[in-house]
Design a protein around this ligand. Structure first.
Ligand code: CU
Length: 105
């Protein structure tokens, strides 16, 4: 009888132990959340030099969710990497225009 009790306790203890490690793992997954990125391309006119490119880069980096900005005054292109679902195209276009450049639609 006693032996059975010990075995039951041992199993209960092992089960509790396992569920604890599982909990720890799922907590870990919550903190290392996977972020989805999206690249947006814009045709922007009005840039005439690398200074303009930097103005746009700095202006767009103010927006929460913008990760990377590439701007080329020779191609009239602005390409930005954003966290998906955090920023939308309109928001970016508005910011570019508020800095003083034109976004072709
Ligand atoms: Cu310029």
């Amino acid at each position: 009888m006693r032996k059975i009790l010990i075995v039951v306790f041992a199993i209960a203890f092992l089960a509790a132990c396992q569920s604890n490690t599982k909990k720890a793992e799922s907590k870990k997954n919550e903190t290392t959340q996977v972020v989805d990125y999206e690249t947006m391309e814009f045709t922007v006119t009005g840039m005439t030099c690398t200074g303009c490119e930097n103005t746009i880069k700095n202006g767009l980096k103010q927006i929460d969710g913008v990760v990377e900005v590439e701007a080329s005054h020779t191609n009239n292109k602005v390409s930005i990497k954003v966290e998906k679902d955090k920023v939308n195209r309109d928001e970016i276009a508005q910011q570019i225009e508020s800095i003083g450049y034109n976004v072709e639609k």
